[in-house]
Design a protein around this ligand. Structure first.
Ligand code: ADP
Ligand code: MG
Length: 334
């Protein structure tokens, strides 16, 4: 039989006739084995996403305790998406946003935004990244603004630092305040604005240098529902009219109900997603919840499911034609 040796990863593999080529033996009537067709070239995880978190780990270590705030978190966000991030207090939402904002470094894994590798940035790149690629809105309105700067001045500031010419700065500041419905606050100091106005000005600051990505960590957390709706509308404007990709952490079901995709974080990993489609004249709007499977095939079962069937550390799996079954390891009647 015709055979040769193919070196793959250092191991010789007996080579049967190469795919497509007629081997000697075939003409002689001998059975010929063929190599399976080469798989299509594997594309890197999230190769076309704006935000890629790949096995992201962040461990906070103090003298006495170690907290795993992010535990192998995977997340992809596409260019132009608006994603709500939800999860219990302490689940790692702020940690994730701080990593994506370039203000905190992950302990392990990879995070990439718009081609910038956040795990390996020089000081210079970090400054560029924070100034031009990402805009960050924090929960506490007071931390987003400067007590002695008016709205106009505080929106102007990031552009001044970036060296934008004066005329362009003025036009953009006016345009942003107008677009986010806070033009009337242009000459006011933070103390002269409501909480909702402060947060909308903070969104204008975040947008000043035309970032690709806007991150907002519970921006409506301290607001009444009416102001919260206005702040959320400002984020939608940033997304829809300015084309910024938006990731917003929220506790507010109203807010998460209005975006196309809500990602839930549990214990430092993404655990489930709700994907909504807008209805049309013929089809009703839908909202479907999915469990997230990581690249190793791991899926987290909701606690209610585990408790209902008393599933503990071992379960039986079976492949059915179009689904996978998960059963308790206890035998029926045992
Ligand atoms: P969330 O924003 O979802 O409420 P965080 O990301 O703030 O959660 O926190 C995740 C976990 O990491 C929590 O257990 C929190 O106590 C811990 N943590 C966050 N920041 C620090 C820090 N600077 N030092 C130590 N532990 C921290
Ligand atoms: Mg938080």
């Amino acid at each position: 039989m015709t055979s040769a040796a193919l070196i793959s990863g250092g191991c010789p593999i007996p080579l049967l006739a190469s795919a497509g080529a007629r081997a000697q033996g075939e003409a002689d009537g001998e059975p010929v084995l063929r190599l399976p067709a080469a798989p299509p070239e594997a594309l890197a995880f999230g190769h076309d996403a704006l935000v890629v978190c790949d096995n992201l780990v962040r461990i906070y270590q103090s003298e006495t305790v170690e907290v795993q705030a992010l535990q192998s978190l995977d997340l992809l966000v596409g260019e132009g998406e608006m994603v709500a991030l939800v999860g219990a207090s302490g689940s790692g939402k702020s940690t994730l946003l701080n990593v994506l904002a370039g203000v905190d470094a992950p302990t392990a894994g990879r995070a990439r935004v718009d081609g910038h590798d956040l795990t390996d940035m020089s000081r210079r790149e970090q400054v560029h990244y924070r100034r031009h690629v990402v805009g960050f809105v924090r929960q506490q309105a007071s931390r987003n603004l400067v007590p002695y700067l008016t709205a106009s001045h505080v929106v102007d500031l990031p552009m001044t630092i970036a060296g934008v010419p004066r005329r362009e700065r003025r036009l953009r500041t006016e345009g942003l305040l107008e677009l986010l419905a806070v033009a009337h606050c242009a000459d006011r100091l933070p103390v002269q604005m409501s909480g909702g106005e402060q947060q909308r000005v903070a969104i204008a600051v975040a947008l000043a240098n035309e970032p690709r990505l806007v991150l907002a960590d519970e921006p409506t957390g301290e607001l009444d529902s009416e102001s919260a709706a206005e702040v959320f509308a400002a984020l939608r404007t940033a997304n829809q009219e300015l084309g910024a990709t938006v990731v917003v952490v929220t506790h507010d079901a109203e807010v998460s109900g209005q975006v196309a995709r809500t990602v839930a974080i549990r214990d430092g990993r993404t655990s489930s997603e709700v994907v909504r489609s807008e209805g049309t004249a013929d089809t009703p709007a839908t909202a479907e919840e999915y469990a997230v499977m990581d690249r190793a095939g791991r899926v987290q079962l909701p606690r209610e499911f585990r408790e209902a069937l008393e599933l503990t550390h071992r379960v039986r799996l079976a492949l059915a034609e179009d689904h996978v079954e998960i059963r308790s390891d206890r035998r029926e009647g045992a």
